[in-house]
Design a protein around this ligand. Structure first.
Ligand code: FES
Ligand code: FES
Length: 172
């Protein structure tokens, strides 16, 4: 057993655990954060995806000792309190999930993509999401929800759009 300090969803956590323990076990069994799923256990399906310092990782094959002193974000930390992440709103709007099992991993991969590349091409979306498997085949709706989120963000901050909807008053 060794001692580790990590930050999970903004909260400091002290752990006493074997350093080779996968981060996923720590999240689910010690911290009871059950939104992150166990799928293949081999880094192949993406169901266990969380963020490590903002980048997506497969927590099933990531030893806790490699997370020492670092920031972990899980699906429980993606929203800001009751304010959904824009992707979560799009997920609802596009009715993305079927069984839902893969969806927290899908959302974490998509959130990392948009944080690093707010206007991804369709090809970049496909590449970023290619490691997340969905046995229910929700891929078209996942892509549509990511595209919608990215396009919406541009409209919100595009000054041309703002000017069209709110014409400036004439200066005297
Ligand atoms: S459970 Fe981690 S990649 Fe499948
Ligand atoms: S929604 Fe069922 S596995 Fe993706």
């Amino acid at each position: 057993m060794s001692q580790f300090s990590i930050t999970v969803n903004g909260e400091a956590v002290e752990l006493s655990v074997d350093g080779n323990t996968p981060l996923l076990w720590v999240l689910r069994e010690q911290l009871r954060l059950l939104g992150t799923k166990f799928g293949c256990g081999m880094g192949l399906c993406g169901a266990c995806t969380v963020h490590l310092d903002g980048s997506p990782i497969r927590s099933c094959s990531f030893p806790i000792q490699a997370a020492q002193g670092r920031q972990i974000t899980t699906i429980e930390g993606l929203s800001d309190g009751d304010d959904l992440h824009p992707l979560q709103s799009s997920w609802l709007e596009f009715n993305v999930p079927q069984c839902g099992y893969c969806q927290s991993g899908q959302l974490m991969s998509a959130a990392a993509l948009l944080a690093n590349n707010p206007q991804p091409s369709d090809q970049e979306i496909d590449e970023a999401m290619s490691g997340n498997i969905c046995r229910c085949g929700t891929y078209p709706r996942i892509r549509a929800a990511i595209r919608h989120t990215a396009d919406n963000a541009v409209q919100q901050f595009d000054p041309k759009q703002t000017n069209e909807s709110e014409p400036m008053e004439a200066q005297s």
